[in-house]
Design a protein around this ligand. Structure first.
Ligand SMILES: Nc1ncnc2c1ncn2[C@@H]1O[C@H](COP(=O)(O)OP(=O)(O)OP(=O)(O)O)[C@@H](O)[C@H]1O
Ligand SMILES: [Mg+2]
Ligand SMILES: [Zn+2]
Ligand SMILES: [Zn+2]
Length: 318
């Protein structure tokens, strides 16, 4: 576990409800919501005062020598309350309240990289330094948003980082609504360009209108210039070569052909060179294999392919 964990642990102990994490994440409507576990609501350490007297020693004069004195320091429970409140400002979708690194299961080693990259990022995040983000690209239902949610939960609740999650079409809709209320795009983008870590989901989605491209361009350029960390997920391909197009002619139905074309669409073409070029510098690129199964469908069909229960091969080290 991280060093940053230590401050907030304590009263959780061996709690069967939160597993000692001291907080729980639950679905509340369309949002993921965190709250402090019953086991840790009443703080055993400070008795609810929120701070503790801590003994310190200092030498104020040579004549008197070292003297002990007491200062008030915030208790771990204060930190916990702050982090839980911060989590509830992230804006993660309720359907992913359950998402953790532990319950993300790659079907085999080849599908393990997204988790490895996301987990490494979360566990090694340097609050004082600069951090390279990541971009996850892959087919639908392959756990991209799951990993974004797990990453942000870890950063906020375990490390006290400030973070936000935005789904791109909701962001555009919010800005449009803001326009109607007389706000400028900058006013809405402002807070998002300053937050420590921002996750932008569904990058490349939308109509690709000038408004959308300019909004995204401004947001990403601002974060790039401020050297802020940004995470992304997209259905569009990162691969530089459009390899599949030639195979299209061999397909039977126009529906198939359309699907292949959509699969083959490149993020670079969707977001334009300016944004793509910045992404290259800001992020580690992770592309899920095209054959990664859709977990939503697997679940609906009672997991006939047994993907969930296939033994997960562990890597010795990374
Ligand atoms: N490898 C996995 N292990 C465990 N659960 C998974 C995995 N992949 C997906 N899931 C689950 O499947 C559901 C869909 O995953 P998620 O929403 O993260 O997909 P996505 O890649 O973001 O899809 P889309 O491209 O449609 O946004 C979620 O409930 C998620 O928890
Ligand atoms: Mg998603
Ligand atoms: Zn508990
Ligand atoms: Zn306390």
């Amino acid at each position: 576990m991280d060093r940053a964990d230590m401050g907030t642990k304590g009263s959780g102990g061996a709690c069967g409800v939160c597993g000692g994490r001291t907080y729980l994440i639950e679905r509340q409507g369309d949002r993921a919501h965190a709250r402090i576990c019953e086991c840790s609501v009443e703080c055993q350490v400070c008795g609810g005062r929120g701070h503790n007297l801590v003994e310190q020693e200092a030498t104020f004069s040579k004549k008197v020598g070292p003297r002990k004195y007491e200062v008030l320091a915030p208790c771990a429970c204060t930190l916990r309350i702050r982090r839980v409140a911060r989590y509830n400002e992230v804006g993660l979708p309720g359907v992913l309240a359950h998402a953790t690194f532990e319950n993300y299961r790659p079907i085999d080693d080849a599908h393990n990289r997204p988790k490895t990259v996301a987990q490494h990022f979360a566990h090694h995040f340097d609050k004082k330094g600069s951090n390279k983000g990541f971009i996850l690209s892959g087919p639908v239902g392959t756990g991209k948003t799951h990993l974004l949610a797990a990453t942000l939960a870890h950063l906020v609740l375990e490390m006290g980082v400030q973070a936000r999650y935005v789904e791109i079409s909701l962001l555009y809709a919010t800005i449009r609504r803001g326009f109607q209320e007389g706000k400028s795009g900058g006013e809405i983008i402002g807070p998002l360009s300053e937050v420590e870590v921002l996750a932008i989901d569904e990058l490349g989605k939308g109509r690709g209108s000038q408004f959308e491209l300019e909004t995204m361009d401004e947001l990403i350029a601002r974060r790039y210039n401020a050297n802020r960390t940004t995470l992304f997920a997209t259905n569009y391909s990162l691969e530089p070569e459009r390899k599949i197009t030639r195979a299209v002619s061999g397909y039977q139905s126009t529906e198939d052909a359309k699907n292949v074309l959509r699969d083959a669409e490149l993020l670079r073409e969707r977001v334009g060179e300016r944004i793509y070029s910045r992404l290259c510098e800001m992020c580690t690129f992770v592309e899920l294999p095209k054959d990664t199964p859709d977990h939503r469908r697997a679940r609906q069909q009672g997991e006939p392919r047994g993907h969930h229960h296939a033994p997960v091969k562990m890597r010795a080290h990374r």
